[in-house]
Structures are given as structure tokens and as C-alpha cells.
Design a protein around this ligand. Structure first.
Ligand SMILES: [Zn+2]
Length: 400
């Protein structure tokens, strides 16, 4: 029986958020939203070095203003976002790729009231909780691996090439941004699912190879996965159809199977720790991690609930906010504090804020209390439409 424990932390803001007040009021149609967004993004189009910045893939673009020296070294620098628009994206931008939102119209919090993500502490100390996590992740990975970026990600790439968007901060762990626009700096605030990291030796492993290991260690689960794939339950993007077939998919790429016996699930130990022999790592006859081990636990390279964002990543995100001329939030309700505080930081610095998100946003009055009456989108924009529907059109209009 799985251990029942009270969550250490509440999932942030699972209560319904009030419906947004659209800004300007004309943003209540797709065409109105497009023109308001064009108005919002236009200043960064005119201030950018439009032709020369698009083709450069070198790290130091000669065409942009030199950025102040940074004391931090991050894999994805956001330094060339000076004077441009910073995008802050969330699960909503990946919905059109077939991944669930947390709280949109078909969101996890909306459809699955009992959904509770795993907490960092739980993952680190609880073998049973890890079995459950990896079983669900094993089933959900296929969906994520097959999912592709959508028209909104493609539009972001174009906005980067046009010099409008200088960098992206995403809360998403699906790797769609770096896949779609490798030349436009992306900071993955909450990490990514494409690799795992050993909690003991910090070696990284690709998630796809780990999936093969899980498959080998869990033949009956593999058979179940194949039957789910054959039934189409994992292939459909229709969430209600999935539920009808007994499956729920969550934005972190895991799947919920009611009544499944997670305690039989096995997962591998870190091969590096096993080979080094410095830490006590025990495995069963199949090579699966066994309790009694003192390390060698592989964790997805995501920031779990209850886990801190690495300090250098946090600083890089703040640097990107400070460098930007304005911030556009896309597909996020800012329910997670780490994202909300970045938008709040931009607001406190007097930068115009735009929000493109279906449904309400946490504390959004904070961002729009002082919007001038004449605003047509330049000072602030708030629309509640789908990003994949409007962003390609925004690109088209800005490119004219
Ligand atoms: Zn290790």
C-alpha cells in the first residue's frame, strides 16, 4: 500500500482564477488580439537590427549592444535580449502539440482534481514514490517523445529572427523551445525531461535510453504500454477519449493509470555510481535499484515541486528580465511563484507587460492597474486566445 502522507506544500493556486479583463477591450476577437499584440511588439521591431541579427548564429552578435559582463556561466545565455521582447512561456503554448495544460479549458487541475505532482523530497527519500513516478513516466514518455512543437513555437522562432524577441524563459520541460529555435536563447526555468541526473554523482543520461532500460526491467508494463498504444489511448490528443480508455496524461509527461500496482515497477541505478563503487549501490538480479542503496538514484533533470531552482539559473532569468524592453507572457497563468516573480520584477522595473493566456492569471491586476486610457496595446496587452492561432498571424503582420 502506498504511504499516505500529507503534502508538505500546497500546489500553488489550484483554486479558480477570475476571468481576465481584456486589454485593450478590442482584444476580444482574434483579429483584435492580433492587432493589440502587433502594437505591443512593434517597438522592439523598430529598435532591433532587423536584417543582420537574424542570420547570425554566433554567440556574440556584432550587431547588438554589448552586454555587461556576467559573473555567471549558464548553458543558455540570455544576454542578447537587450532592448527586445522577452517571452515568458508556460504549458499553454504546448497544448496545441497535444500536451495538457495544468489549468486551461482541458487542464490537469480542471479535469483531474486529485492530481498531485511528486515532490522533490518524496522523490529523494521514498523508493515506493519513485516506483510510482517512473511507472507513470514510462507510460507517458511515448506521448512526449512523439509530440512536436507547434505553430506558436515556430512563430517564436520567426520573432527571434526578426529581432523582436531577444530571449525566451520557459517553464516547460518538453524541450520544444530549444528544438524550434536553437539560435534564440532559451532559459528552461524548471529544467527538462530529455535527460536524467544522478543525485549522487550528477552524471547526466538521456531519457530515451533510460526508457529502454525501464522497458527491459518491466516486461509486463511494457506489454501494457504496447496495448495502450495499440488501443490508441496514447496516440489521441483528445483528453476525454484518453480518459475513456483509462488514461490521464499530465503536462510533466506522466500518465495516471487508475488501480495500477506501482510497487512492481523497477528502475535502474546510476551506471556510473555502480561502476565507481564509491557509494553503496545495490541492485537486484535484473540490475534494478534496490533499497539498502545509499545513492545512485537517477532523477529527471526537472525542478520538482518543493525543489529550488539552481541559483545561476535564477540569476540568468533575472538578467534576461532586466535586459528586456518588455515582457510577453504566453500560455502561463503564472501560478508558479518562480514565474510570477519574474513578471512582477519586470513590472516593478516599469517595463510594459503583455499576457496572452486562455483564462485567468494569478494576481493579474498587479500588472494592469495603471494602463493609460489611450492604450491600444503599446503599454499593455491582455488577451485570452490560443497562442498557435494568433502568433503566426502576428508574425505575418509584423513582417509586412
Ligand atoms: Zn551516479
Amino acid at each position: 500500500m502506498p504511504p499516505v502522507r500529507a503534502p508538505l506544500l500546497r500546489i500553488p493556486y489550484t483554486d479558480p482564477l477570475p476571468a481576465p479583463t481584456l486589454i485593450p477591450p478590442s482584444a476580444n476577437t482574434v483579429a483584435g488580439a492580433v492587432s493589440a499584440l502587433v502594437e505591443f511588439l512593434a517597438p522592439t521591431l523598430s529598435s532591433s537590427s532587423s536584417s543582420s541579427s537574424s542570420s547570425s548564429s554566433s554567440r556574440s552578435s556584432a550587431s547588438t549592444t554589448p552586454t555587461p559582463p556576467s559573473t555567471i556561466s549558464t548553458p543558455t545565455t540570455t544576454a542578447n535580449g537587450r532592448g527586445k521582447t522577452l517571452l515568458l512561456t508556460g504549458a499553454g503554448i504546448s497544448v496545441a502539440s497535444g500536451l495538457a495544460d495544468y489549468r486551461g479549458t482541458a487542464g490537469t487541475y480542471t479535469l483531474n482534481k486529485t492530481y498531485r505532482p511528486i515532490y522533490y523530497h518524496e522523490f529523494c527519500v521514498n523508493h515506493q514514490a519513485r516506483k510510482r513516478y517512473w511507472a507513470r513516466s514510462f507510460l507517458g514518455w511515448t506521448t512526449l517523445e512523439r509530440a512536436r512543437p507547434n505553430a506558436a513555437h515556430e512563430a517564436v522562432r520567426r520573432l527571434g529572427e526578426m529581432g523582436v524577441v531577444g530571449s525566451v524563459i520557459t517553464q516547460n520541460v518538453d524541450s520544444f523551445h530549444p528544438t524550434s529555435h536553437p539560435d534564440l536563447p532559451t532559459l528552461e526555468l524548471h529544467g527538462y525531461l530529455r535527460t536524467l541526473t544522478c543525485l549522487t554523482c550528477h552524471t547526466a543520461y538521456p531519457r530515451s535510453a533510460f526508457q529502454s532500460d525501464l522497458s527491459r526491467l518491466n516486461p509486463s508494463w511494457t506489454a501494457f504500454l504496447h496495448s495502450m498504444l495499440a488501443s490508441g489511448a496514447l496516440a489521441t490528443e483528445n483528453l476525454s477519449e484518453r480518459r475513456a480508455k483509462g488514461l490521464k496524461t499530465n503536462p510533466d509527461g506522466d500518465v495516471d493509470v487508475p488501480g495500477a500496482e506501482y510497487s512492481t515497477f523497477k528502475y535502474p541505478a546510476c551506471p556510473t555510481c555502480l561502476a565507481a563503487g564509491k557509494t553503496k549501490v545495490e541492485v537486484d538480479k535484473d540490475g534494478a535499484w534496490a533499497s539498502g542503496s545509499e545513492g545512485g538514484i537517477l532523477k529527471p533533470s526537472v525542478v520538482m515541486f518543493g525543489e529550488s531552482i539552481p541559483a545561476d539559473r535564477k540569476i540568468a532569468a533575472e538578467t534576461a528580465v532586466d535586459a528586456a524592453d518588455r515582457v510577453l507572457v504566453v500560455g502561463s497563468s503564472l501560478a508558479t511563484y518562480s514565474a510570477w516573480r519574474l513578471a512582477k520584477r519586470a513590472k516593478d522595473l516599469g517595463k510594459p507587460i503583455g499576457i496572452l493566456n486562455i483564462g485567468g492569471v494569478r494576481g493579474e491586476d498587479t500588472f494592469f492597474a495603471d494602463v493609460p486610457a489611450h492604450n491600444a496595446g503599446r503599454e499593455a496587452v491582455r488577451c485570452s486566445v490560443s497562442a498557435d492561432e494568433v502568433l503566426p498571424e502576428v508574425v505575418r503582420v509584423l513582417g509586412r
